[in-house]
Structure formats: C-alpha cells, structure tokens
Design a protein. Structure first.
Lengths: 238, 163
C-alpha cells in the first residue's frame, strides 16, 4: 500500500479507482451476504436468519439507545446498512491488498480519508435534514441557541468538530492497521535472518490481522453509535 | 480533484445499497420479526385467557361437586327414612294379619271342637239307645235316655278334667 493510485478521468471528475473498486466490492459483498442471509425468512428463525436478526437487533439497539421514541423507527435501516458497510469496508483490506507495478489497486476503502469524510458527511447531512423534518425549520434553528443563546458559536463549531472527529477516527484506525499489515509483510519478506523473519512475520501478521478485525468491528460500532448520537441531538426534542 | 468523484461514487453506491438491502433483506426480515412479536403477544394473551377460564371452570366444578355431595347425602338419608317407614308398615301389616289369622283359626278350632262334641254326643246317645234297646229289650223313653247320656258325658268330662 504505497501512496500512489490509479486515476480515471470521466465527465470532468477524477475517480480514484482504488477507492471505487473497494467501495464497489464492499457493497457487492455486503449485499450478497445480507441477501443470502435473508432468504426465505420464517416465523421460527433458523440458522442464517438468526444471524441476520441478531445483527438487526444489534443495530436497532444502537438506534433505540439514542432515540427511544418513535423517531428511532426511521433510522433502523440506515444504521443497519451503515454498520454492515463500514464493517466490511474495514475488513476487506486486511485480507486482500493488491499492488501492481507500484500502484495500489485494492485495500480497505476506509483507509482513505476521502471515503470516511464522505460517510461522515452523509450522516451529518442526513441528521440536519431529519432535524428539519422532525422539528420544523424554526425548531431546527433553535437547536443552535439551546440551552442558552451565547453558546451559538460553540454549537456551530461543534458541527465541524463532529464531522472531523467522526471521519478522522475511523480513517486513523483503519489506515494505521493497514500500514502495520504492510510493514509486517515487508519485514517477513525482507530476508533478515532468513526463515526466522519469515516465520516471525507470519505469526505477527496473523496476530495483527486478528486484532485489526477486532478494531474494525469496534470502529464500525463506534461510527454508527456516534452517527446516531449526532442524529438524535438534531431530531429528538427534549 | 479526485475526492469529489470518489465522494459521489460512494454516495451513489451507498444509496443503491441502502435501497437494495432495504427491499430484499430488511423489509422481509423485519416484517417477519414484527409478525413474530405480534404472534407471541397474542399467544401470551390467549394463554392468560385460557388460564383464567380454566380456573373459573375449576371453581365451578368444585362448587358443583360440593353441591352434588350434599345432594347425595340428602338422597341417601331420605331413602333410608323411606325404607324404615316402609319396613315399619310391612311389619305392622304382617302383625295385624297374623293376629287376624290366629283369631280366625282359634275360632274355627273352637267351632269344630264344639261341632265334633255335639255330633259325638248325638251319636253316642243313639248308639247307646240302640245298644240299651237291644240289651234290655225295652224301649227307653228317648228323653230319659238323653238326660242319662248327658249326665254320663258330663261325668266323663269331669274325669278328663277338661270341662
């Protein structure tokens, strides 16, 4: 994973193919997985349906924790898809990284800040939109001067810090994980100490990948939780 | 500017994913989950109702059992009473009948005894008259003869000690 990517210019826009391929592959995996799990749902759940229902209960739990009222029903699907998408995004790069002739073609899309910022923006724009939908434009604006008017500048700054922390936390964790995966691989193939470094690198890589799976899951959970926290601030009237 | 293209690509992909997952996975599964929750609710309500109903029936049955026990006791005691009464009646009837029969029989016996005595008296009188006529060849006056016989018979009875 070096910092050189293939680019494609189309309609006056430039596409980073590494990100786009990763996003497309992730979305395909996510859809196929969920579609397969949701085949033939039954009243008495069995096998794969239990897995899917557990995930749905899990994300619904995240939503309901922040929005116990009827507002929460609108966000169940968003939280579910967001969680599955980010979770798979975080994991794909751990098992598959493709470098061809000095260019990176495949790695976790979330190890690029553009992708995480896009996700954070999506969530925050949605939160503003639903804030207006649920509370009206006046109620939405009043949210900026509550609880007291002189907090207005802080509330405005908060919108930007929310955006930055939400995206950068995810990016930093996944990026660091993938860099270390790459470093361990280079160490294993460096030839220092012959087979010793290879075996040590092999073991280290396995350990680090396992830990990164954990980090990726936690980060997906944190991202969805914070997304719902920010949304609930905008949506729920105290 | 690479980031704008990527951002649009991500947003479009995510939107499509959202729609597809919502249509093909989320909707059927959550619908099934809701159906299940409803069914469990209904079943719980139904079980609660059935339980209370069963309890009511049980109480009713208990009360009826108690009633029927009282009824049975009453019926048995009544039957006993009736039986006793009937037995008494039968015994009384038998007693009176026996008494009547005994009285009748005694009367009959006395009558027959009287009749036998009377006829024996006549026979003996005629017989002794005939014998006496034959023996003494003399015709006795029938009245004299009669008194004689009577006195004899009387003496006979005294000797027997009956009359």
């Amino acid at each position: 994973m070096n910092e050189s990517y293939p680019y494609l210019k189309l309609f006056g826009l430039t596409f980073n193919l590494t990100n786009d391929i990763g996003i497309l592959v992730t979305a395909a995996i996510a859809f196929c997985l969920v579609f397969w799990l949701a085949r033939k749902p039954q009243l008495r759940p069995q096998g794969k349906q239990n897995v899917l229902e557990w995930i749905i209960d899990f994300t619904n739990g995240i939503v309901k924790q922040q929005m116990p009222g009827p507002e929460g029903n609108r966000f169940g699907l968003l939280a579910f898809v967001l969680f599955v998408f980010i979770f798979i995004n975080n994991q794909v790069g751990l098992f598959l990284q493709v470098d061809v002739s000095g260019k990176t073609w495949f790695r976790s899309p979330t190890s690029d800040p553009v992708v995480t910022m896009s996700l954070a923006m999506l969530v925050l724009v949605l939160s503003h939109y639903f804030g207006v939908v649920f509370k009206g434009f006046k109620g939405y604006l009043q949210g900026y001067i509550s609880p007291v008017p002189f907090l207005l500048p802080i509330n405005i700054i908060e919108e930007f810090t929310n955006f930055v922390t939400l995206s950068m936390r995810l990016y930093g964790n996944i990026f660091a994980g993938e860099v270390l995966v790459l470093l361990i691989r280079q160490f294993a193939f460096s030839g220092m100490g012959g087979p010793t470094s290879f075996i040590a690198g092999f073991v280290l890589e396995m350990v680090w990948q396992g830990f990164s799976v954990f980090i990726g899951s936690i980060q997906a959970y944190i991202f969805v939780t914070l997304a719902m926290v920010y949304t609930s601030h905008k949506v729920v009237s105290e | 500017m690479a980031s704008l293209g990527d951002m649009l690509f991500l947003l479009v992909t995510f939107a499509v994913l959202l729609v597809l997952v919502g249509k093909f996975a989320w909707k059927p599964v959550t619908k099934m989950m809701d159906t299940r929750a409803d069914k469990i609710n209904n079943d719980l309500d139904y079980a609660e109702n059935a339980r209370t109903e069963a309890q009511a029936l049980q109480e009713k049955r208990q009360a009826e059992l108690k009633n029927s026990q009282a009824d049975a006791v009453k019926i048995v005691s009544q039957a006993k009473e009736n039986g006793e009464k009937q037995r008494q009646q039968l015994v009384d009837a038998a007693h009176t009948e026996v008494a009547t029969l005994k009285a009748n029989a005694q009367q009959d016996i006395a009558q027959q005894k009287q009749d036998a005595l009377n006829s024996a008296k006549d026979d003996v009188a005629e017989l002794s008259l005939a014998i006496a006529g034959k023996i003494i060849g003399k015709e006795l006056n029938a009245d004299d003869q009669q008194t004689l016989i009577d006195s004899y018979i009387k003496g006979l009875g005294d000797a027997n000690g009956t009359h």
